[in-house]
Design a protein around this ligand. Sequence first.
Ligand code: G3P
Ligand code: CA
Length: 277
Amino acid sequence: MFKNKKGLWGVLFLLLLIVLDFFWAFLPFPGTYGPIKDPIPIMGHRGAGELAPENTNPAIDSALAYDVQLIEIDVQRTIDNVIILMHDETVDRTTNGKGKVKELTWDYIKDLEAGTDFVPKPSGVRVPTLKSALLNLKQKSTTARLVIEVKDPDEFPGIGKEIIALIDTLDMKNQAMVISFDIDFIKQLHVVDKDLQLGCLYTIPPKSTAEELAFAKVVSVLWVGGSVFFGRVKKIQKRGVEVWAWTVNPLRRMKRLHKRGFDGIVTDYPNRPYMGK
Ligand code: G3P
Ligand code: CA
């Protein structure tokens, strides 16, 4: 597997860094907690997926309660072309229903209990449509932005144009951004609409020569990938693109990544910087 000993030592060194980081993030060293002095820019993950059932309007409300200005959610599309908030391909994990979203009707999904995986188990929470999530946001904030992650766009032909049309109909271009791991999809959206804010997701930051950096507003990287390839993070930022780290839940890790130079932190716990723990 390793061509030489250097490669092996390199991998072992990285593993050691990750283990040390884990302990640094979780062990209660005295005196290291406390409310932050400089606010850390926060993007709520799946709304605020540990404060309320993920990808629901209550999760968006929880992020707004902490004045979060970027609120990430995931979307899929039903068989009858309704775009809904759902992370997984199926409704199985987060609702009391069963089946693949793309094979289910909205009529079936709209009556499901959402948040069945959340503790404490909520009652009466429903799976929102993207439209209802956008309207909910618009009603409660004039500045916060819904960051719409499109999962597997190849599975949903035309979904990009449908999202753009919805944003335009609701007159919410200044309160929306579309992101995806599928960089070709993001490039296509840019061709369709040059004014829509777009973001690209990666596990490891791309080279600073990547074409999409010419128009992406945000690059969001897995925090480990971004930490190891931090040189790339700096180069991307030099091109004027913000680099955010996902998904970071321990406060100490949020603080460290922010201090190191990430523009913002994607987290399930937007409350932690406020509470200081
Ligand atoms: O913001 C990036 C992050 O949401 C990607 O991971 O699986 O939670 O969608 P996932
Ligand atoms: Ca996501």
